[in-house]
Design a protein around this ligand. Structure first.
Ligand SMILES: Nc1nc2c(ncn2[C@@H]2O[C@H](COP(=O)(O)OP(=O)(O)O)[C@@H](O)[C@H]2O)c(=O)[nH]1
Ligand SMILES: *[C@@H]1O[C@H](CO)[C@@H](O)[C@H](O)[C@H]1NC(C)=O
Ligand SMILES: *[C@@H]1O[C@H](CO)[C@@H](O)[C@H](O)[C@H]1NC(C)=O
Ligand SMILES: [Mg+2]
Length: 382
């Protein structure tokens, strides 16, 4: 039995609950946040706007943004391949590179594109660095699908891959890019004058202050190739790559380095590819590795096979296989203290390295020993 008192309490409770629900759904906080409402409030003249803004800051507050650039530097450049539409991502990456490292070292930047960079692109990049910046155009022969590729076969392959949702499987420009990065960027006239490069992509993140020069580490410790993230390649993009690599090895046994890193690529002495590769959107490397006889012949061999277009061979597995076979394993370096993110993975230095670099990444978000990482294979080389 419900007493009248209990009945009243119940009804009140229901009314109060309804009031809450209604007040939430009716935006009791005020008007919706949209530009018109904000503009109305800004222009309503409510509240004090403070003293009027005066351009210019008294000179006693200005800290000179110059550093003593070290005398000893390596023969090196950053290299960024980009489209004009990548501008904001390029600016973001360079800004971080400057802040974390290069304002104290002033290594030059080399930007490459198969199209001419726009005046606005050049101006925006030059605005954010004191370092020299060069903008280069890629010659059509180095970029576009070569005439000897069977277009019908290539088209069929692309259609098949996009049907199977292979990432970039239907894209020709992506293939041009992978082939260019595999075999041409280090031959570009603007790159000839350098020995080392650090590859940077638009929209990447650099998390830690770098107070030493990684290029000098490469030079002084005779490193030829360096990475921060390694992982497995998609099988669908490289069905015949390893078969081609094995044919190359059979035909050119003397080009393979002693003490190489084959064990990073294969778990059965070279019979099968385990699909491990260094993620080439970050690379610091010695271009002599690519310019040397072994890799030059290797790239020619792969290119003739046509897999850049009939499949979707990426520059990451191609570089990685090249580095692992034509360099000594000791010449491949893991830059543990360079905190780095390219979506969707990041390397975040752990423990002392995290503090040392004042890194801003979450230590708990680190790809190094995730199931899809190949870093343990690299560790086991030594
Ligand atoms: N100039 C030019 N650069 C490209 C083109 N496609 C990709 N890139 C650049 O090549 C790099 C890799 O491309 P991205 O779209 O980041 O590929 P992902 O990292 O594999 O997803 C980036 O530096 C891009 O700016 C292209 O058609 N033209
Ligand atoms: C930095 O610039 C200021 C102002 O131009 C100059 O006085 C100073 O000597 C410079 N310092 C170095 C280390 O170059
Ligand atoms: C830098 O390296 C390139 C390529 O090896 C070479 O041609 C050039 O002379 C070097 N520059 C300097 C200053 O040593
Ligand atoms: Mg990318």
């Amino acid at each position: 039995m419900m007493t009248p008192m209990r009945y009243i309490v119940l009804v009140l409770a229901i009314i109060i609950s309804f009031h809450f629900i209604l007040s939430f759904s009716h935006e009791s906080y005020g008007q919706t946040i949209n530009f018109d409402n904000l503009k109305k409030q800004w222009s309503a003249g409510t509240g004090s706007s403070g003293p009027p803004y005066k351009a210019g800051v008294p000179s006693e507050y200005i800290v000179p943004n110059n550093y003593t650039i070290p005398d000893r530097k390596a023969n090196a450049t950053f290299v960024i391949l980009a489209r004009n539409t990548d501008l904001n991502g390029v600016i973001s990456s360079i800004k971080q590179m400057e802040d974390r490292f290069n304002k104290k070292f002033r290594y030059p930047y080399t930007l490459l594109n198969e199209q001419p960079f726009t005046p606005n692109f050049k101006a925006r990049v030059q605005e954010i660095t004191h370092a020299p910046v060069s903008f280069g155009q890629i010659s059509p022969e180095d970029w576009y699908q070569p005439s000897w590729i069977d277009e019908e076969k290539a088209t069929k392959a692309r259609e098949e891959m996009s049907k199977n949702n292979v990432i970039y499987g239907g894209s020709v420009p992506y293939r041009n890019m992978c082939r260019f990065n595999s075999g041409f960027f280090y031959r570009h006239p603007l790159m000839q004058q350098f020995k080392y490069y650090w590859r940077v992509e638009p929209d990447v993140k650099f998390y830690c202050d770098l107070d030493y020069d990684p290029f000098l580490i490469m030079q002084d410790q005779q490193k030829k190739y360096a990475f921060t993230i390694s992982l497995y390649e998609y099988e669908a993009t490289i069905p015949t790559l390893w078969k081609t690599v094995k044919n190359f090895i059979k035909e050119n046994p003397t080009l393979i380095s002693p003490d190489n890193a084959m064990a990073f690529l294969s778990d059965d002495g070279g019979e099968n590819y385990n699909r491990c590769h260094f993620w080439s959107n970050f690379e610091i490397a010695d271009m002599d590795l690519w310019r040397g006889e072994a890799y030059t012949k290797f790239f020619e061999f792969l290119d003739k096979e046509g897999g850049f277009y009939y499949e979707r061979w990426g520059d990451a597995p191609v570089h990685s296989i090249g580095a692992a076979l034509f360099a000594k394993k000791e010449e491949i370096h893991f830059f543990n203290d360079i905190g780095y993110r390219h979506e969707p993975f990041q390397h975040c230095p752990q423990g002392a390295a995290h503090s040392q670099g004042k890194c801003w990444c979450d230590e708990g978000d680190n790809f190094d020993y995730e199931w899809y990482s190949c870093l343990n294979r690299y560790d086991r080389l030594f």
